[in-house]
Design a protein around this ligand. Structure first.
Ligand SMILES: [Zn+2]
Length: 431
């Protein structure tokens, strides 16, 4: 019961002030509040259904604009003109298998007047098939609803993946949680009893959920310590901040591989699994599937991209006068990675492998400070500076509104649990 409480049903249609609905046209679509409020639009793709006949279909294999339009009586000359004209707006070669399209007729006895293609759920492209051959892209209105997710890691749920139900939102939400908190918390080195909470926007188009929008607030409690990240956006600021207004973003990423697990920690007297003898392990091993991208933990310059018998393929980066990092046992280097090249934080510099002295696919990650190897997991860097003082009052207001959402949702959950427990008691009495 305590593992996962998903209260999407309690989520009400809600737009935070600075996160208002992206409504880009006035099509008559109503957000999904209740059955009664769903209004069937009297138009489709902006065409009134009482004046136009619309047939909808999906792109078949090996079907091109020329096949589709040729079959309904559009001349090859016209198709060519459309293809030419559309180049700058939407390349007709980008029609993809299984994507929906529509033909719009003002007179079903004649050729269609419009071709409508939907490259994604959020937009469609309209091609006029006569006169000016107008081509335009329409963004559909996206509605958002704030929802809440929370869970506790226990013996049966040892990672965020297993603690979240396998839904469409799970992977997107985990990625965003990592973006918000991954600088401070290592999600892949979690403990029983760790808790997480997320307040996020679910996006809807035409009444159907299409996925996770923005993560508004994130919480993780590990080993009894609370970590919060709140989203703050305006013209000057954009990103996740802690409760004091300090950016969550740090000089160094917590780990060089996303979705990995620490298989061996920094240990000055480790028993080496390949050499079968004690040898200092001056790195942290992250096990991950062969081919998983390895990312630079900070901006820097490649000083080495080479091979040795022990290290296998490895890359070494210099970040500044003080810090260097090194990544071992790669299956191959990232594209263009060679000495002298500048890399950005998060850039793929290679791929997980088991070249050199390695028992299985992993990255041995080494951290150097002033020329000495250290345990980066014990490295305490000073926290970054808060945002400008003049910005703080506005930030605190935003922060407080997000924190009160955490409280509200928490209260809804607590009362739900209370009533569940209460029912249990009653059942006992009846028994
Ligand atoms: Zn290692």
């Amino acid at each position: 019961m305590n593992v996962l409480k998903f209260i999407g049903l309690f989520g009400f249609f809600y737009c935070l002030t600075s996160l208002s609905c992206k409504q880009t046209n006035s099509e008559n679509v109503v957000p999904p509040i209740s059955k009664e409020s769903i209004v069937v639009p009297p138009s489709r793709f902006g065409f009134r259904l009482d004046s136009f006949h619309i047939t909808e279909n999906k792109i078949q294999r090996d079907q091109f604009l020329s096949n589709i339009l040729g079959d309904v009586g559009i001349s090859g000359q016209l198709i060519h003109a459309i293809a030419e004209k559309s180049k700058d707006i939407f390349n007709v070669r980008k029609l993809r298998y299984s994507k929906p399209y529509a033909l719009v007729y003002s007179d079903t006895c004649k050729a269609p007047d419009y071709f409508v293609y939907q490259p994604d759920v959020k937009s469609y492209v309209t091609f006029e098939l006569k006169d000016s051959l107008d081509i335009y892209v329409t963004e559909k209105p996206v509605y958002t609803q704030v929802e809440f997710f929370e869970g506790v890691l226990d013996s049966a749920h040892t990672s965020l993946w297993s603690a979240m139900e396998p839904t469409g939102v799970r992977d997107a939400l985990i990625a965003k949680m990592e973006e918000a908190l991954g600088w401070t918390v290592d999600f892949y080195y979690v403990h029983r009893g760790d808790e997480f909470k997320a307040i996020y926007e679910k996006e809807f188009v035409e009444g159907a959920p299409i996925g996770v929008g923005k993560l508004v607030g994130a919480y993780f409690k590990t080993l009894g310590v609370d970590y919060y990240a709140v989203l703050y956006e305006n013209e000057k600021y954009e990103g996740f901040y802690d409760l004091e207004g300090r950016p969550m973003i740090r000089k160094f990423l917590k780990s060089p591989v996303q979705y990995s697990r620490i298989s061996s920690r920094y240990n000055p007297s480790r028993f080496h699994p390949v050499l079968k003898r004690r040898r200092a392990h001056r790195g942290t091993d992250y096990a991950a599937p062969h081919g998983t991208p390895i990312r630079a933990v900070a901006d820097g310059t490649v000083t080495k991209a080479s091979y040795t018998k022990g290290n296998g393929n490895y890359v070494k980066l210099r970040h500044d006068k003080v810090y260097q990092t090194q990544y071992l046992h790669m299956s191959k280097f990232g594209s263009g990675i060679q000495p002298g090249i500048r890399v950005r934080q998060g850039q793929t510099i290679g791929y997980v492998g088991s070249t050199g002295l390695a028992t299985g696919p992993h990255v041995c990650f080494r951290f150097w400070k002033n020329g000495k190897q250290i345990d980066h997991l014990r490295l305490n860097l000073p926290p970054p500076k808060p945002m400008d003082e003049s910005e703080l009052p506005a930030f605190y207001m935003k922060r407080d509104s997000i924190m009160s959402l955490f409280e509200q949702y928490g209260a809804v959950l607590d009362s739900t649990l209370l009533s569940l427990n209460h029912n249990k008691e009653e059942n006992k009495l009846i028994d």
